[in-house]
Design a protein. Structure first.
Length: 253
C-alpha cells in the first residue's frame, strides 16, 4: 500500500522517465534525419552528375554550331573549315580535337594547327602557316619554300625579296631544306649578290651570282664560315669559287 510519502517519489520517477523518453525520441529522430540527409545528398549528387552528363554528351544545348579560324593568311578560312570537317550538331565535348588538327595539318601551307573548344558551341582552330624563305619554279609556276624544304604556296611572279632555288621535280625535300639553310646563313650584302641557288643534292649546292660567277658551296654545314671566306674571295677576280671546305677554298680562274 503506497503511503503519502511515496507520491512525490513516484511523480519524480515519472518525470525522469518522461524526460528520458523524450531524449530517446529526439535521438531516434536525429538518427533518422541524418540517414535521410545522406540519402538526399546522394540522390542530389547523382541527379547533378546525370544532368551534367546529359548536358555535355547527349543534349543539343552545347552542340557545335560553328568553327572559328584564326591565323590564316595564305589559306582561305573557308578551305580550312572544309578540311577540318568539324561535325557540327554533335556535342562539343565529344569532338575529337586531335583528329581535326591532323586533318588541318595535311594542308601544305599549315605548319601547325591547335584546335580547342570555345564554349558554349564553337570549335576554334588556330593555324600557324609556313613562311616562304625562297622560291622554286615548278611546271611554269613560282612556288614558295619554307625553311624545312616544304613547297607550299604559289606566287603570280617571283617576289624580289626571295631567292630562287633552281631544282628539278625530283629534288628531295632534304636538299631543298639544306639550300634554305644556306640562304638563311648568307649575310645581307652577300645574299643580294646571289641570283639563284642550284640544288642538286644535299652535298651539291651551288650559288650563281648576278655577275655570272658561281660558287660551289657543297652542303649546308659550316655555312657561316663559308660565307666569311667567300666575302674575302669575291675581291679576287675569278670565274668561280669553291668553299665547300672553308679551310681550303679554291679559286677558279
Amino acid at each position: 500500500m503506497r503511503t503519502p510519502t511515496d507520491a512525490p517519489a513516484a511523480a519524480e520517477d515519472e518525470r525522469v522517465l518522461e524526460v528520458a523518453r523524450r531524449r530517446f525520441a529526439r535521438r531516434q529522430w536525429a538518427r533518422r534525419w541524418l540517414a535521410w540527409r545522406v540519402v538526399l545528398a546522394v540522390v542530389l549528387v547523382l541527379s547533378l552528375v546525370a544532368g551534367v552528363t546529359w548536358l555535355l554528351f547527349f543534349s543539343t544545348v552545347l552542340a557545335v554550331k560553328g568553327v572559328r579560324v584564326e591565323g590564316a593568311g595564305v589559306l582561305d578560312p573557308r578551305d580550312i573549315r572544309v578540311q577540318a570537317a568539324v561535325p557540327t550538331g554533335s556535342p562539343l565535348t565529344t569532338v575529337d580535337l586531335e583528329e581535326i588538327a591532323a586533318r588541318v595539318e595535311r594542308l601544305a601551307p599549315v605548319r601547325e594547327a591547335d584546335v580547342s573548344r570555345a564554349w558554349p558551341d564553337q570549335v576554334r582552330i588556330d593555324v600557324t602557316e609556313r613562311v616562304a624563305v625562297a622560291v622554286v619554279e615548278r611546271d611554269g609556276a613560282v612556288r614558295g619554300v619554307d625553311e624545312t624544304g616544304v613547297v607550299f604556296r604559289s606566287y603570280l611572279s617571283r617576289p624580289p625579296s626571295l631567292p630562287l632555288l633552281s631544282s628539278g621535280p625530283d629534288t628531295p625535300t632534304e636538299a631543298l631544306a639544306a639550300s634554305t639553310r644556306v640562304v638563311d646563313a648568307l649575310p645581307t650584302g652577300l645574299a643580294e649578290r646571289v641570283d639563284h641557288v642550284e640544288v642538286r643534292t644535299v652535298d651539291a649546292i651551288i650559288l650563281q651570282l648576278r655577275d655570272g660567277r658561281s660558287v660551289m658551296w657543297g652542303s649546308a654545314e659550316e655555312s657561316a664560315d663559308k660565307a666569311k671566306v667567300l666575302a674575302v674571295l669575291l675581291d679576287q677576280k675569278a670565274s668561280g669559287y669553291d668553299v665547300s671546305v672553308p679551310g681550303r677554298p679554291v679559286i677558279r680562274p
